[in-house]
Design a protein around this ligand. Structure first.
Ligand code: ATP
Ligand code: MG
Length: 344
């Protein structure tokens, strides 16, 4: 078993990233190690240049995000932790896969539609080909499983389509005359309770780093007062909480807040509603705020310690990248060979 997953260093780690991805990364790191497998986690700094960005902020964010991941429990000895830039095989394989990916496939990606918005003509080419780089990220390592939030499921399906077409079109024959596939088709691992955490300001759009409103998300760097304030100001409705799960239907904001409570405590939505059913948000929100503060405070403390030493964080990334390059090289070479590209 080999798992690979990435996160863009485009801002603060937020609750959606934590519940939808990182919490699972930390859990998988132990499960995978117990099975003799390997987990690779990377900062998708090459993906980050697909949107307008400030170079100084990007380089600082890369270190800050490394600190945040370690603070959340990613252990750079047990997992391979690195940034894409230091493993040029990602960019190389992307180019090779651009020959296999189809315009029609990429045109159907909802993230591109969401992020390019009304300004399709002005979007970067990188934003369009973003999912091909993402395919390269996981195929390069023969990942068997990719932990992602629900929002990335479509991109993972695309990675599988690219791998399958490449294998079909170019897989060489082994000594028995059988196809020897170049790439493994990875399966997604999506945590069910926290698949998609929604914005605190709008239950119809996902919590995201690129949302201009900071009130829309809980950052892992927020202190206790900020967390309480954001939860109290979160959009909700005037009805009391229902006592049955079905009563949350059509109430996106209420469902999101209860979902966050559930993901943070491990309690089922049913159990939470059995406790809070009939109560208004005046009672539920402070309870949710307290749960968040209690669980996030130790992460926050560790993060503030780690971020003081960029040198130590750079050393973690350099070491991870050296290990990643070693794992990436055989697959990249196999892809060049399959395509008939001559290497010295
Ligand atoms: P951006 O807005 O810059 O795309 P993002 O918040 O979507 O940032 P990414 O770096 O794109 O964060 O994604 C990192 C991981 O977090 C991915 O596995 C993604 O599926 C997960 N993730 C992001 N947002 C959410 C969310 N709202 N709920 C659950 N998982 C999420
Ligand atoms: Mg995203």
């Amino acid at each position: 078993m080999r798992i690979v997953s990435g996160i863009q260093p485009t801002g603060n780690l937020h609750l959606g990233n934590y519940l939808g991805a990182i919490k699972n990364w930390v859990k998988m790191q132990d499960d995978v190690a117990a099975q003799g497998g390997q987990s690779l986690y990377f900062l998708a700094d090459l993906h980050a240049i697909s949107m307008p960005h400030d170079p100084k902020t990007l380089s600082a964010n890369t270190r800050e995000m490394t600190a945040a991941l370690v603070a959340c429990g990613i252990d750079p000895d047990r997992s391979i932790l690195f940034n894409q830039t230091q493993v040029p095989q990602h960019a190389e394989l992307q180019w090779l896969l651009n020959g296999t990916a189809r315009m029609g496939w990429l045109s159907r990606m909802t993230q591109f539609k969401d992020k390019s918005g009304k300004n399709r003509e002005g979007a970067s080419v990188a934003l369009f080909t973003y999912p091909v780089l993402q395919a390269a990220d996981v195929l390069l390592y023969q990942a068997t499983h990719v932990p992602v939030g629900e929002d990335q499921k479509q991109h993972l399906e695309l990675a599988r389509d690219i791998a399958q077409k490449f294998n079909n079109d170019f897989a060489p024959k082994d000594e028995n005359g059988e196809d020897a596939p170049v790439f493994t088709l990875p399966d997604p691992i999506i945590p069910p309770e926290a698949a998609r955490i929604m914005s605190l300001r709008d239950g119809g759009s996902k919590m995201s780093k690129s949302d201009p409103s900071d009130m829309a998300r809980i950052n892992l760097t927020d202190d206790a007062d900020t967390i309480m304030k954001k939860v109290k100001k979160a959009k909700s409705d005037a009805e009391p909480l229902p006592s049955e799960k079905a009563g949350l239907e059509g109430r996106a904001e209420a469902a999101n807040l209860v979902g966050i409570y559930s993901a943070m405590t491990g309690q089922s939505v049913e159990a939470i509603l059995a406790e809070f059913g009939g109560e208004g948000f005046g009672k539920f929100k402070p309870a949710l705020g307290e749960v968040l503060v209690e669980k996030l405070a130790p992460i926050n403390e560790r993060f503030n310690e780690l971020r003081k030493d960029y040198g130590a964080l750079d050393a973690i990334l350099a070491k991870g990248a050296a290990r990643a390059r070693e794992l990436a090289t055989p697959t990249l070479h196999a892809a060049y060979d399959a395509l008939g590209l001559v290497r010295g």
